[in-house]
Design a protein around this ligand. Structure first.
Ligand SMILES: [Zn+2]
Length: 100
């Protein structure tokens, strides 16, 4: 089963085939484009899908995380790259997908 996260309305839709959805990647709820996330999508990737974070900033934060062993979310907050609301929103998506 594949899950698809809509970056517009936050709706999650499911399909047994990734191909069907990739062919027409339109959210059935709001008719906007959806992006694919799975249960192993990393927090940083979710933040990028949500367009809260640029790849460049993610790489920067990951480098710091590796050196200091903090959680990625903490590093991003410390660097002011995202705010707490955005972090919660992204974590919430991750949780939803993992609990399918
Ligand atoms: Zn939608």
């Amino acid at each position: 089963m594949y899950s698809f996260l809509c970056i517009n309305c936050g709706g999650i839709s499911y399909s047994s085939s990734s191909y069907d959805f990739l062919e027409s990647d339109i959210c059935p709820i709001c008719n906007k484009r959806v992006k694919f996330i799975s249960e192993d999508t990393k927090l940083g990737e979710v933040l990028m899908i949500l367009e809260y974070l640029e790849k460049y900033d993610l790489d920067r934060a990951l480098a710091i995380q590796t050196r200091h062993g903090n959680k990625l979310g903490e590093v991003l907050l410390l660097l002011n790259l995202i705010n707490q609301g955005q972090l919660n929103y992204a974590l919430n998506f991750q949780m939803k997908v993992r609990n399918l």
